[in-house]
Design a protein around this ligand. Structure first.
Ligand SMILES: [Fe+2]
Length: 276
């Protein structure tokens, strides 16, 4: 247990993830936010319990980090005035969750900096979310492999996830209109300077300049390496639990068990910059 000044930060796993106590996100003063922000950069994903936030309070916490974005396809609370709040809902009629590893919205030229997810109605067991540290994964590579990857960029688009009947969109008519984006395979965190792997199986299509078999083999290796258990953490949701992850250096996925139970999550997403 590390005590800073206002909040308590307890790491959840070796590579990333920490649970924060001592903060009420409904009424957050600037000094407490500074501590939360520093802990977030250090641990990549932070977890809070018992945060009964209104939509306005959820958005206000997100705006502490930056500008909120509206997702191009996902269902939101636009009908009650909150298009920035994405709704991720599953039950026995729609037993579908984001069960593949991914980083949010990397088909954009400027993928989000952060996502802030709140458990609104969650099952007693199952439906956990896992995260993995792409910076720990980068650190775990050999110097030779780091050197090879430093020269490479990859194409990201929506074709593997949003253009077909994959979670969480339906076959969305606008998905094919979104232009692809090209990002470095290794990006440098704009705030910490730490390097991380920036390819994910949901949105990365291929590595530019490699033959298809070479690209597939290298991406396959990286995807397997990135989800090494020692780079991951896992969180069990309770009602009003909240997670905020650094979308620049992590991937996440839902564990698709107990899918018949109702599970409703709400997310706000903070704009990021162009990966370099
Ligand atoms: Fe996600």
């Amino acid at each position: 247990m590390t005590t800073i000044r206002r909040i308590q930060v307890r790491p959840l796993a070796g590579a990333l993830g920490a649970q924060v106590s001592g903060a009420d996100l409904r009424e957050l003063d600037d000094a407490t936010f500074v501590e939360i922000h520093a802990a977030w950069l250090a641990h990549e994903v932070l977890f809070f319990r018992d945060q009964d936030l209104s939509p306005e309070q959820h958005k206000a916490f997100g705006r502490r980090f930056g500008t909120l974005q509206v997702h191009p396809f996902l269902h939101s609370r636009a009908d009650d005035g909150h298009p920035e709040i994405v709704v991720l809902e599953s039950d026995e009629k729609m037993p579908v969750v984001a069960a593949g590893w991914h980083t949010d919205v990397t088909f954009s030229a400027t993928p989000p900096m952060a996502s802030i997810l709140r458990g609104v109605d969650v099952p007693d067991y199952g439906g956990d979310t896992m995260w993995t540290s792409c910076s720990a994964a980068y650190d775990g590579l050999s110097t030779k492999m780091k050197g090879l990857l430093a020269e490479l960029s990859a194409i990201h688009d929506t074709s593997k996830t949003f253009s077909r009947n994959a979670y969480p969109s339906k076959n969305h008519p606008d998905a094919d209109k979104v232009p692809s984006a090209e990002h470095p395979v290794v990006r440098t965190h704009p705030e910490t300077g730490r390097k991380s792997l920036f390819v994910n199986p949901a949105f990365t299509l291929r590595i530019r300049g490699l033959r298809p078999a070479e690209s597939n083999a290298l991406l396959g290796f990286l995807y397997e390496h990135i989800v090494t258990p020692e780079f991951t953490c896992r969180f069990h949701w309770e009602k009003n639990s909240l997670a905020i992850w650094d979308n620049r250096c992590t991937q996440h996925r839902v564990v698709a068990d107990n899918l018949n139970a109702h599970r409703r999550m709400e997310r706000v997403t903070v704009d990021g910059d162009r990966p370099v």
